[in-house]
Design a protein around this ligand. Structure first.
Ligand SMILES: *Cc1c(COP(=O)(O)O)cnc(C)c1O
Length: 485
């Protein structure tokens, strides 16, 4: 970094704030908490603001650039939804308030449950889970509860395709299941024959992603559902990436029994820094009684003759798996999802998916002469290339990713899905213009040319960032978070 670090700027005696005179009796501080030597930098307010503003500008963000991180749906989220989520009527209520004083918030949640039920074709919805993986856990606990309630106690296995997101097998294992992997076939679908062979009375269900992590629609989804249901199992669909299906296809009509959505991917909550998320979980009518406690519901008011509706939290659900959050989930995320759905409407929602699919196919077609495309099919919201051609020239996927940073783009997801060698998983999303896609394609083509002509340029990237390549393993295993002068 060319600019000096904040700590190096220190100038003894310089201060950035002035404290008011003490107006309470002074008390001695415990001696063991005091240090003689505390080398904090001494700076003016102006210098501190400059430092932190500069730091913030080192971040790459959806608001500043193209961020085609596959499976993450890093789309632009309209600022209006942030404004709406900050209305005092939403931010200044408390989960312990009496229901009669928060009817608007309950109505919003109830209607959102309804919209998500309509979008997924799975009418019973819980908004409680606060992340995608949390929605998976909720969904798999529901599947377990369903089998147990029927006295079907010997199902100890969950099938997971080899293309699955890592959270799927992890979730199944956390619910106490044995995980068995189902291979993919040559077209990138789950291998239906192999599934048929593995499916028996010991299997609680199949966890599947559709479109799968290759960005491909499961062509045999109806046959897959028949095989699983035929042996008494249920289908969990990982709906984290719903961006390709909105208003076009309903997982519930394709045999899915349980599904989670990532409100923080598809439904307008920015993410990536570990902020609040939403893993709304939707299930069939039959599985509705197992949803987490409580569910937001609506009933006629008891006042005689009023005939009005009131919203309430329904705790009277004896089959429920119980609460999965301290309260009712991340409410601000729900407000943003609600605003997003209301502002788009039914036709706008369908357009989101049509544009997302169009953009991914545009990138796929403009790059397939330059990068190996292991599954050469029409893709949905993302496309997966392989860097094997470049790897033979000594330039690996990690190098391509780092070089993209120099050229102004956030890298795609790399080395995932695991079944693609040197994978580059590109998800452009619907919010990018054709000019942006063209610029990205030009950068990717430039890197392909550099791999042939001057591979060291790619291998030594990035050169435009304050730090170059980091030892990511050491950074995770031996974090050194303290600056020492
Ligand atoms: C992002 C993602 C998840 C996990 O979501 P989190 O909110 O990060 O827990 C699960 N499955 C798929 C396919 C995803 O893309």
């Amino acid at each position: 970094m060319t600019e000096p670090l904040l700590f190096e700027l220190t100038s003894p005696g310089r201060v950035g704030c002035r404290l008011p005179a003490v107006d309470v009796p002074e008390a001695a501080l415990p001696g063991d908490l005091l240090r003689e030597d505390l080398p904090l930098p001494e700076l003016s307010e102006r210098e501190v603001v400059q430092h932190f503003t500069r730091l913030s500008q080192l971040n790459f963000s959806v608001d500043t650039g193209f961020y085609p991180l596959g499976s993450c749906t890093m789309k632009y989220n309209p600022k209006m939804h942030e404004d709406v989520a900050r209305y005092p009527g939403f931010t200044q209520i408390h989960p312990r308030q009496d229901e009669s004083t928060v009817q608007g918030a309950l109505q919003l949640m109830c209607e959102l449950q309804g919209y998500l039920g309509e979008i997924t074709g799975l009418p019973a919805v819980s908004l409680q889970p606060v992340a995608g993986a949390h929605g998976e856990l909720t969904g798999m606990l529901i599947i377990r509860a369903y089998h147990l309630e029927r006295g079907d106690e010997d199902r100890n296995t969950v099938l997971v395709p080899d293309s699955a997101h890592g959270t799927n097998p992890a979730t199944a294992a956390m619910c106490g299941y044995r995980v068995v992997t189902v291979p993919s076939d040559r077209r990138g679908n789950i291998d239906a024959q192999e599934l048929d062979r593995l499916m028996d009375e010991s299997v609680a269900g199949l966890m599947l992603t559709n479109p799968n992590t290759l960005g491909l629609f499961e062509e045999h989804i109806l046959e897959v559902a028949e095989i699983v249901h035929g042996a008494g199992g249920l289908i969990y669909c990982d709906g984290a990436n719903m961006n390709a299906l909105l208003g076009i296809s309903k997982p519930g009509e394709l045999g899915t029994d349980v599904l989670h959505l990532n409100l923080h991917k598809t439904f307008s909550t920015p993410h990536g820094g570990g902020g609040p998320g939403g893993g709304a979980t939707a299930v069939t009518e039959e599985l509705g009684p197992f949803l987490p406690l409580p569910v937001v519901a609506r009933r006629e008011t008891k006042e005689a003759g009023a005939g009005r509706l009131e919203y309430y939290l329904d705790y009277d659900r004896p089959s429920s798996i119980g609460p999965v959050s301290g309260f009712f989930g991340n409410f601000g995320v729900m407000v943003k999802a609600y605003a997003y759905l209301r502002s788009l409407g039914e036709s706008g929602l369908r357009e989101v998916s049509e544009d997302a699919v169009l953009n991914a196919n545009y990138v796929l077609h403009r790059l397939k002469e330059y990068y190996d495309l292991p599954y050469d099919r029409f893709c949905l919201h993302e496309c997966v290339f392989s860097g094997t051609v470049q790897a033979k020239l000594g330039v690996h996927t990690i190098d391509i990713a780092k070089r993209l940073i120099d050229l102004g783009f956030h890298p795609p997801t790399v080395y995932f899905p695991l079944i693609v060698d040197e994978a580059l998983m590109i998800e452009p999303t619907e919010t990018e213009s054709v000019e942006t896609l063209d610029a990205f394609v030009a950068a990717m083509r430039q890197i392909a040319r550099e791999a042939e002509e001057e591979p060291q340029v790619v291998r030594s990237a990035p050169e435009s960032t304050p730090v170059g390549r980091l030892d990511e393993v050491a950074a995770a295993r031996e974090p050194n978070l303290r600056w020492m002068g």
